[in-house]
Design a protein around this ligand. Structure first.
Ligand SMILES: Cc1cc2nc3c(=O)[nH]c(=O)nc-3n(C[C@H](O)[C@H](O)[C@H](O)COP(=O)(O)OP(=O)(O)OC[C@H]3O[C@@H](n4cnc5c(N)ncnc54)[C@H](O)[C@@H]3O)c2cc1C
Ligand code: SF4
Length: 329
């Protein structure tokens, strides 16, 4: 598994990074951003959609700020997990990612922009060649999608990153910068339902940081994750639940989001709204968990079977919401 050749650019400021990106883009040259490289470099070693140019963000110091409402894209997962100012549920999700070594290199921006994963895609070049490739990396052959064949318009590879559901429940805003300026949006609007496109980033654009609302510390909650090996595996399903309760048995506000089940992380606003309408504690949590089980549509392209992942979403939702019952009699 040799690393294919590429030209590495190492800008020392955001302005320089965007200028290199602008030059490459206007010259019709493809490139990838690289942050910690814990996702991109293994993919490159397997010759998965390698680009001739890579722009490293390692020396761009503007992207490293971290406080309770501002998280720079280059903040390391280890620092997020161990921060005393960051929301504890976000720190918990960060601490569940991969292993200590990967968290030391991996970043928040890389985690949000993590490439989608699929059993037919995350394999060596020889393995993929032996099955005649697939649509996401077809090597010019027009190969079919192996999960949902005969369509080749949509890749259903799975988004398996842990931070997004918690950040979505905390109503994070994501901030982007590109050669044409900056823009911001709710994190839930950032993702796009296609395993190849993945998100709304345009050519030459990058994530600079995320911001959280001022009331972030008033939210309580939990993040629960299913994975094959506790020591380092990607989420096969993940559920974040965040609420504001203010001493009442019915939550004033509740948000639930999932990851590891489709091409994008999902905020389950409708299911939560229905549960809140006639809230009755444990029964409502059960109904909410069942409605989320019905709402998610995993496909057969990760380690565990879709039916098991759906069953476990129900379990994880109940576990993530367990704190809602604290103080109730
Ligand atoms: C063994 C193993 C286990 C893992 N387990 C987990 C897990 O449990 N949970 C989990 O969530 N992840 C897991 N990962 C994936 C990965 O390590 C993390 O998601 C990490 O946060 C990725 O960050 P990075 O900085 O290394 O990203 P990189 O590899 O540098 O980049 C990832 C992608 O994001 C893009 N990118 C990076 N930064 C930016 C930016 N600022 N703007 C725009 N695009 C950007 C890159 O171009 C690339 O496409 C695992 C990886 C490995 C190898
Ligand atoms: S979902 Fe289909 S196109 Fe996408 S990576 Fe898997 S097999 Fe390939």
């Amino acid at each position: 598994m040799r690393m294919p050749p590429f030209q590495l650019h190492t800008p020392k400021s955001l302005e320089e990074a965007l200028s290199i990106a602008g030059e490459l883009t206007s010259g019709g040259l493809e490139f990838d951003w690289i942050a910690g490289g814990t996702d991109l470099l293994p993919n490159y070693k397997w010759h998965l959609n390698v680009k001739p140019n890579v722009i490293s963000l390692a020396k761009v110091s503007e992207l490293t700020e971290l406080n309770s409402t501002h998280i720079g894209a280059m903040v390391r997962l280890h620092d997020l997990a161990n921060s005393s100012t960051i929301h504890p549920v976000l720190a918990k999700a960060a601490d569940s990612i991969a292993s200590v070594m990967i968290r030391r290199s991996g970043t928040v921006g890389g985690n949000i922009c993590l490439d989608t994963r699929c059993y037919w895609f995350n394999q060596t070049e020889q393995w993929r060649e032996s099955i005649d490739w697939c649509y996401k990396c077809d090597c010019g052959t027009g190969a079919d999608c192996r999960v949902i064949p005969n369509q080749n318009t949509l890749c259903v590879a799975t988004y398996q990153a842990d931070l997004a559901p918690v950040l979505m429940c905390l109503e994070a805003t994501i901030h982007l910068a590109g050669p044409n300026g900056t823009r911001s949006m709710a994190l839930s609007d950032f993702f796009q339902l296609d395993g190849i496109t993945r998100n709304v980033l345009e050519s030459g654009e990058l994530v600079t940081h995320l911001t959280l609302p001022d009331d972030v510390s008033e939210w309580q909650g939990d993040y629960q994750k299913l994975r094959q090996r506790e020591s380092w595996d990607f989420p096969e399903a993940g559920v974040a639940a965040l609420w504001k309760k203010n001493g009442t048995s019915k939550p004033e506000q509740l948000r639930v989001a999932t990851t590891g089940l489709e091409s994008i992380p999902m905020l389950h606003s409708e299911e939560v709204q229905n549960a809140l309408e006639d809230w009755s504690g444990a029964d409502s949590i059960n109904k909410l968990a069942e409605s989320i089980r019905k709402a998610v549509k995993p496909v057969q392209n990760t380690w565990y079977a879709p039916s098991y992942r759906r069953k476990m979403v129900k379990v994880l939702t109940r576990r993530a919401c367990a704190g809602l019952l604290e103080g109730d009699n």
